[in-house]
Design a protein. Structure first.
Length: 331
């Protein structure tokens, strides 16, 4: 496809009834740089496009939702630093131009829902307490909408805004979705760096070049994240969650170990990268919208799709360095 890039200022501003009616796909695909700051609480055409271009460049903004919030700023800062550009907590013309060098066609595309997408099985309700989860046969998606949103690395809210009136549980329905990075992608990862202050994860190749960036939730008061260097000891899709009473997590009263079955809504999501520190790992999350915003149980939490990409790219013995970056996450 021809590269879409507008030199003039162009944006899709939606509010009130117009916003509720849905987002303009053409406006998103043709969005250009705009100097006016974007809101943190409302999906914006230029920010949607920037988030997709960041993901394609392997600087993940986490869940793509069109909002100029913390994870998007983290990704923009990492992208700017890697490209030798100045980041001033906002999208600049220089960063926008460099991002568009990765443009590979429309950032929003159409998709026809398949029978596989809607057959489930879905879990009507996910218990809040860990002990209550252990009786479920699997921790699957709650709905076809949740499954589709995660498949395309986007929030359920953005999926709904792009598709007003559409039935996500109907095979044959054609919808608009994010056209992000290639799902077949695999990286060459020789070292991982976890920044405990900035709550980020970086992957480097054997030559020391940065090959991927991910926003993360790092550690908790219950179980602080370690310091120094650990090593990867395992890498598993669809992991079981094994609770050890010695962890004494808040709100968990079990006196004996228990196991929670696999699934994307498992407490460690759909991927687990085991580390040499007992009980520590890099893993997915049942709630991608909360990456960077809520505590982990001492581990390093990514979105399920970011954990899957990283996990499929690492080998046993890969070093994982824990560092303390700048105190200001957006400095």
């Amino acid at each position: 496809m021809a590269r879409l890039f507008a030199a003039a200022l162009f944006a899709c501003w939606l509010s009130g009834p117009a916003f509720a009616a849905g987002l303009d796909v053409a406006a998103i695909n043709n969005a250009g740089y705009r100097a006016r700051p974007a809101a943190e609480d409302k999906a914006d055409a230029t920010i949607i496009k920037a988030q997709v271009l960041l993901e394609r460049a392997l600087f993940s903004p986490g869940e793509i939702d069109g909002k100029f919030a913390e994870n998007t700023r983290k990704a923009l800062q990492a992208f700017a630093e890697a490209k030798g550009l100045t980041f001033q907590k906002t999208l600049t013309p220089e960063i926008w131009a460099k991002l568009n060098e990765t443009n590979q066609g429309d950032v929003i595309t159409s998709y026809t829902i398949s029978q596989k997408d809607v057959k489930g099985p879905f879990v009507r309700r996910i218990p809040a307490r860990l002990e209550a989860m252990k009786s479920l046969p699997a921790l699957g998606y709650k709905s076809a909408r949740e499954a589709l949103a995660e498949r395309f690395h986007m929030s359920e809210g953005l999926l709904a805004q792009l598709n007003p009136g559409k039935k996500f549980d109907r095979a044959g329905e054609t919808i608009f979705v994010v056209n992000g990075r290639d799902p077949r992608l695999k990286l060459s990862v020789a070292r991982i760096e976890v920044d405990k202050s900035r709550q980020t994860v970086k992957a480097f190749d054997g030559g020391g070049a940065l090959v991927a960036f991910f926003p993360a939730t790092v550690g908790s008061q219950d179980k602080p994240t370690p310091s120094g260097t650990l090593k990867v000891i395992s890498s598993d899709a669809n992991p079981y969650y094994r609770y050890n009473p010695a962890y004494r997590f808040k709100g968990v009263h079990a006196k004996r170990p228990f196991i929670i079955k696999p699934g994307p809504n498992n407490p460690v999501g759909s991927y687990w990268i085991g580390l040499s520190g007992e009980g520590y790992g890099i893993h997915g999350s049942p709630e991608p919208s909360k990456i960077s915003k809520s505590e982990s149980h001492g581990c390093i939490r990514l979105t399920n799709w970011d954990a899957t990409l990283l996990g499929a790219s690492v080998k046993k013995e890969t070093p994982v360095d824990f560092v303390e970056g700048a105190d200001n996450k957006e400095s």
